[in-house]
Design a protein around this ligand. Structure first.
Ligand code: GTQ
Length: 348
């Protein structure tokens, strides 16, 4: 015969007093908070309209130099997680400003970063000894623990979106960082070298990948845009995505960096996507055109250079007023590697 204990709420306070000093806690009081039917997140949908924040960003240049700031960035803080320096639960996003003549000094950290160029042309990022000149719409990576500095040798300000896995790395307690002793890291290869070696559907004959990161560190917009423009002729539109490509590491077909998934999509004028949900909360940067997104029960109108965030599992629908191109990023590769990623196509 099994003896089943009665639920004794009257005894629970005494029992908890016993547990507490021993650093013990009864699971049955909290199980419902982590065994839930669908995800619960503090992340809220939100949009930052570029025309409303550009002045504020430019004013930061009157307060501090890029060198003093190390990185002069305005964090895109999710309104549901203010003060926690994040745009989604696992990701950081910010807009970085670099003025003519400035240098953001070389450093490295275990957090991986992506840059998506929003405004301006001609500034550079140097990654482990190679400079790349950046143009609007370029997607640039600085993988974990690579030396990187940024500089602007043009006469116009340059702004890009930074996406980093800062909160994820913080959760795992794996943060390391160090400055380089000089403002810039010495260059050891000519500009364009890695794109020539690895970005042409070719690779040096004895190339052995050293890390899970793409050897290409600038994916120029001119090529991405051309791919989308050529593909659209096939008229094969995905109901949920229009025409959507993911950036790949040519070594393995996986994402360019193991923690950050990045995407570029084209929605032709008048296209309305089917409702879609996915577990990876996603940050969008509007590259071209205008339209609106319905996220949960809110509608967000967007145009060029706006940034918006779609929370985990929020039903999303995008409508293009004119031909629109959207860049986006999320932690999808992490979720997929761990077998956690889910999507729901079209019947939310
Ligand atoms: O450019 O290295 O937005 O280290 C935040 C931290 C950018 C960078 C950020 C960083 C950087």
């Amino acid at each position: 015969m099994t003896i089943v204990a009665d639920v004794r709420p009257d005894l629970m306070p005494y029992y908890k007093d016993d547990c507490d000093p021993k650093n013990l806690a009864p699971l049955w009081e909290v199980l419902h908070t982590f065994a839930r039917k669908t995800p619960k997140s503090d992340c809220q949908p939100y949009i930052w309209h570029y025309n409303e924040i550009r002045d504020t960003l430019m004013k930061s240049a009157d307060l501090i130099t890029a060198e003093q700031a190390e990185r002069r960035v305005l964090i895109l803080e999710n309104p549901g997680m203010r003060g926690r320096y994040r745009v989604t639960t696992s990701l950081f996003a910010g807009l970085q400003l670099i003025m003519p003549g400035e240098i953001a000094p070389a450093h490295r950290h275990t957090q991986a970063a992506l840059r998506f160029i929003v405004e301006g042309s001609g500034a550079y990022t140097a990654v482990d000894g190679e400079k790349t000149i950046m143009e609007e719409g370029d997607f640039v990576i600085t993988p974990s623990w690579t030396w990187h500095d940024h500089g602007n040798e043009t006469d116009t300000p340059m702004v890009w979106l930074d996406g980093l896995d800062v909160p994820l790395v913080e959760t795992l307690d794996t943060t390391f960082a160090e400055p380089y002793p000089e403002p810039t890291h010495p260059t050891s290869r000519p500009a364009g070298d890695t794109l020539a070696r690895y970005g042409m559907g070719l690779a040096p004959v004895d190339h052995q990948p050293q890390t899970a990161n793409s050897p290409i560190f600038n994916y120029p917009y001119s090529r991405t845009r051309e791919a989308l423009e050529t593909m659209r002729k096939a008229e094969e539109w995905d109901p949920c995505h229009g025409l959507k490509l993911r950036y790949v590491n040519p070594d393995n077909g996986q994402s360019a960096m193991p923690t950050l998934g990045t995407f570029m999509q084209l929605l032709p004028k008048g296209f309305e996507t089917a409702t879609y949900q996915s577990t990876d909360a996603t940050v969008f940067s509007v590259v071209e055109g205008s339209g609106k997104s319905i996220i949960g029960d809110e509608t967000f109108e967007w145009s060029k250079r706006d940034h918006f965030v779609v929370p985990c599992w929020a039903p999303q629908k995008h409508i293009a007023n004119e031909d629109a191109v959207l860049f986006s990023f999320s932690d999808r590769p992490v979720q997929q590697t761990l077998g956690l990623w889910r999507e729901n196509r079209g019947n939310a």
